[in-house]
Ligand binder design. Structure first.
Ligand SMILES: C=CC1=C(C)c2cc3[nH]c(cc4nc(cc5[nH]c(cc1n2)c(C)c5CCC(=O)O)C(CCC(=O)O)=C4C)c(C)c3C=C
Ligand code: FE2
Ligand code: FE2
Length: 369
């Protein structure tokens, strides 16, 4: 095996720790050639499609890429913004806001950046850059709250694959999931309450997660359970009873059975049953993207209204909501424990601040007893 020609670490660099927010990826442009490139890389990942390679190669190159690329390009064109793909725009803004908040909390020897599992900026590109900048500690934060072999594990694969070819590798931490972390659940709760404050409440709140093949659940993937745990915690935090919310799975791909109930048919059924208003949110997506803005807010909305529903609200993803940036700070700080990201002075100030909070808390508790 050959090692890459790698830059040495820059000693004494001010930011020796980096947080890398990693999202799925998105095409560079909403056109067929860009989609072909993106889908080829995405759908060639054995974590994503588990069909034997030789068979899959023919299906992918003979059927999927020729037909799906232009269809998907048209869908992307319907959500594309002046700044580019929504998924990329939100991921970039989240990383920037997270960096600002962490710096404000005293983490000065730390930088936050972002990378994509498929497409650009690629993980190898970003990890090389960080090395060049002297980062000797890397915390990988996947944009997926729920662990799935098809997504989270694939990011881990790409990180390991990259460092297999590097001689002098940094200290690494990988965040596996945060589907039940308070910072995430509270940010979701806030986004729902904000929507309800402006628009009133629905007859049903639908929580739609991205689907995966049912087979992965039977083979031990915890994704399904983690989605249900997120939904239960969110429903509890909103004070919803069982009949007031539903969990569904969207974006089925191919002919095999995926996790059920499927989102689109469920909403059609709700429309037929005379449910007047539904609010649909996608808690598994931390930023809006094709699957939320086109599939849910356009296609599924159309299906529900056609079937007899009267009002359809899409509750946007967390994106750059302040509560979510705060939630990410909480998650990241838990995983930074023991890593010196603060200057001595900032660390001392932060310790003093925490001590003061504890004293005030103890006083308040004492007073209330
Ligand atoms: C082929 C199987 C697929 C699996 C398994 C899968 C799992 C999975 N995906 C996400 C998140 C996203 N997927 C997105 C798009 C997308 N997903 C698939 C296929 C599988 N996903 C395809 C083919 C596409 C491309 C669009 C299309 O042609 O339909 C996106 C949106 C990206 C964007 O650019 O906006 C996200 C995000 C999760 C979380 C997940 C498993 C848990
Ligand atoms: Fe997907
Ligand atoms: Fe889709």
């Amino acid at each position: 095996m050959a090692f890459r020609k790698e830059p040495p670490y820059t000693h004494g660099s001010p930011a020796s720790t980096a947080v890398v927010l990693v999202n799925l990826g998105t095409p560079d442009a909403p056109d067929a050639p860009s989609l072909r490139r993106y889908l080829r890389q995405f759908l060639s990942d054995p974590r994503v499609v588990e069909i034997p390679r030789a068979v899959w190669w023919f299906i992918l190159n003979g059927i999927i890429l020729p037909f799906r690329s232009s269809k998907s390009a048209a869908k992307y064109a319907s959500i594309w913004t002046e700044e580019g793909s929504p998924l990329r725009v939100h991921t970039q803004r989240q990383a920037a806001a997270l960096g600002v908040q962490l710096a404000a909390r005293g983490h000065h020897q730390l930088q936050v950046t972002y990378a994509m599992r498929y497409g650009t900026p690629s993980l190898p590109q970003v990890l090389d850059q960080l090395k060049e900048q002297g980062c000797t500690r890397i915390l990988v934060l996947p944009a997926y709250p729920q662990y799935s072999g098809t997504t989270t594990a694939s990011i881990f694969d790409a990180v390991f694959e990259h460092y297999r070819q590097v001689r002098n590798i940094p200290e690494l931490r990988l965040i596996r999931n945060y589907h039940d972390q308070d910072g995430y659940i509270q940010a979701l709760r806030q986004s729902v309450l904000d929507h309800w404050e402006l628009n009133g409440r629905p007859d049903k709140l639908v929580m739609s997660f991205h689907g995966v093949p049912k087979r992965t659940l039977l083979l031990g993937d915890p994704y399904h359970c983690e989605c249900y745990k997120t939904a239960r915690l969110l429903a509890q935090s909103l004070g919803l009873s069982e009949g007031e919310y539903l969990v569904t799975f969207q974006s089925r791909f191919g002919k095999a059975e995926w996790l059920q109930p499927y989102t689109a048919p469920t909403l059609q059924e709700l429309g037929r049953q005379g449910v007047r208003r539904v609010d649909v949110m996608c808690p598994g997506f931390t930023s809006d993207c094709l699957e939320t803005l086109e599939e849910i807010a356009m296609e599924v909305k159309h299906d529900f209204l056609q079937a007899g529903g009267k009002e359809f609200h899409f509750i946007p993803c967390l994106n750059e909501a302040p509560a979510w940036i705060g939630g990410m700070v909480e998650i990241v700080e838990q995983h930074l424990a023991g890593w010196p990201t603060m200057s001595n002075v900032a660390a001392r100030d932060e310790a003093a601040r925490q001590a003061l909070i504890s004293v005030e808390r103890a006083k308040a508790l004492g007073a209330s007893q």
